[in-house]
Design a protein around this ligand. Structure first.
Ligand code: URA
Length: 465
């Protein structure tokens, strides 16, 4: 009888948790049995066993063999699509989680406009970070739970479709993801890598671009850990025959100006109109260039980026986004009139009290602030308020005078708005006028199988406003 089973041969989940806690190798078949019993339910493996196991992995890691088993178990927990009939490359992008990162929304229709097919399975908010599924659900009627045949049909006809995980696809990731989000068990390289790659491998892709966040708003703030995560995921992609590359991108401050679900959708639509913050546009174009490269339709990422810029400015991707929203049952009129998105009843302006220069804007506290305002979850079964969040009016390097607007808090009530103001004031660090603010490039290294780690073609220099 293997050590993790009781006398009758049944799996003993407590022993598996203890083994993971003590960093012992897990016996052959134990992890698969544990996860399968959890997925099926009613077989003695409960949320609390799994939450404890996840916390053990956060501290102890997972042996490479167990990571492969975890990925396979997650992938095998649902259907794998067969999209080989599509007449073009199938390429997706996934981010490791950021604050204000709404890049998937403009990116999917943009690269679809360029001839790629994007069957995107996205996630909900996780910990302090936002999730694409929650953002899209702030569009009245938008269904992120399409039946598989509907999903495939939208990809076929519109070129892109963004859905959440269902009971059919990556079912186990869906459960683990929700549990991790509310148990402080997100920042683990094997857990993040398995979560992302199980969803992406189920999509039957030919290519995948990963946006690995680095900096204080990322799950792995230090570059060395982010690089390890990138290499781990690129390796899993290669093992499964999917051309995969990763870009390390900065999460030292929120991406763009808006943080919070509906507010971010409005900003994503602005990006599709050729407006909106420069850093968001820069990231979207860089990722699109890399997706075109990995899809094999341009010789390199620089040419891909130029192609993306022409397409975005041609306006086609905006129409494609509208069609995608419509096909998902969402109100397409939000594209022309973002005023139709859910709006918070209280909007509070936060103004500078003293002169100075903005030194930093902390994404972590703003991300947590959105959760506190009700825009993210602290319990598994929680509904979220799509309308709340922050819109920033300053970026690092800006000079402010007393009375200048730092940002706005969108909240459900006056007391919430006051708490939001405290969060925003603490997040915007104002130092002495004339202080040096180091420019930080938005896009850093690229990791791809068999290539030295290098720097991709992105706009040089600081990426402000
Ligand atoms: N995105 C995911 O899909 N999973 C994670 O674990 C983190 C970010």
């Amino acid at each position: 009888v293997p050590v993790l089973r009781d006398g009758s041969g049944a799996l003993n989940p407590v022993r598996l948790v203890e083994a993971a806690r003590d960093g012992e190798p897990l016996p052959e078949g134990a992890l698969e049995a544990f996860l399968e019993a959890y997925r099926r339910g009613g077989e003695g493996v409960e949320d609390y066993h799994v939450a404890a196991f996840l916390m053990a992995v956060v501290f102890r890691g997972l042996a490479p063999g167990d990571l492969s088993r975890l990925v396979r178990a997650m992938l095998g927990s649902g259907v794998r699509l067969d999209l080989s009939h599509l007449p073009g490359p199938r390429v997706d992008k996934h981010s490791t989680g950021g604050v204000g990162d709404k890049a998937s929304l403009p990116l999917a229709p943009l690269v679809a406009e360029g001839g790629l097919f994007v069957p995107m399975m996205a996630g909900r908010g996780l910990g302090h970070t936002g999730g694409t599924v929650d953002k899209l659900e702030s569009i009245r009627g938008y269904r992120t739970d399409l039946e598989l045949d509907e999903f495939v049909s939208v990809v076929e006809t519109v070129g892109c479709s963004i859905v959440g995980q269902t009971e059919e696809i990556a079912a186990l990731d869906r459960r683990l993801y929700a549990l991790r989000s509310v148990t402080g068990t997100v920042p683990s390289i094997p857990l993040v890598a398995a979560s992302i790659m199980s969803k992406k491998l189920a999509e039957d892709l030919t290519g995948l671009v990963l946006d690995v966040k680095v900096g204080r708003g990322a799950f792995f703030p230090e570059e060395a850990r982010a690089l390890e995560l990138a290499r781990t995921m690129v390796g899993i992609g290669g093992d499964h025959g999917v051309a995969t590359s990763a870009l390390l991108t900065s999460m030292e401050r929120p991406l763009g100006r808006a943080v919070g679900n509906a507010l971010e959708v409005a900003e994503a639509v602005a990006c599709l109109r050729g407006e909106g913050p420069g850093d968001l546009r820069d990231l979207v174009l860089t990722l699109a260039g890399e997706m075109f490269r990995i899809g094999g339709i341009v010789p390199d990422a620089r040419v891909g980026r130029e192609r993306a810029e022409q397409l975005l400015d041609g306006g086609g991707p905006l129409g494609r986004f509208r069609r995608m929203v419509d096909r998902h049952g969402g109100d397409p009129r939000i594209v022309d009139d973002p005023g139709r998105l859910p709006a918070a009843p209280v909007v509070r302006e936060v103004r500078a009290e003293a002169p100075g220069r903005v030194l930093a804007v902390d994404p972590l506290s703003l991300g947590r602030g959105v959760v506190e305002l009700g825009g993210g979850r602290t319990r598994l079964d929680q509904d979220i308020d799509p309308s709340v969040g922050f819109v920033l009016h300053v970026v690092p390097g800006d000079d402010v005078a007393p009375g200048d607007l730092l940002g706005r808090v969108h909240a459900a009530s006056e007391p919430d708005a006051r708490r939001g103001e405290t969060v925003l004031r603490a997040a915007v660090e104002v130092g002495p006028s004339g202080a040096e603010v180091e420019p930080r490039p938005l896009v850093g290294r690229r990791v791809a199988a068999g290539e030295p780690v290098d720097r991709p073609a992105s706009r040089p220099g600081p990426t402000g406003s």
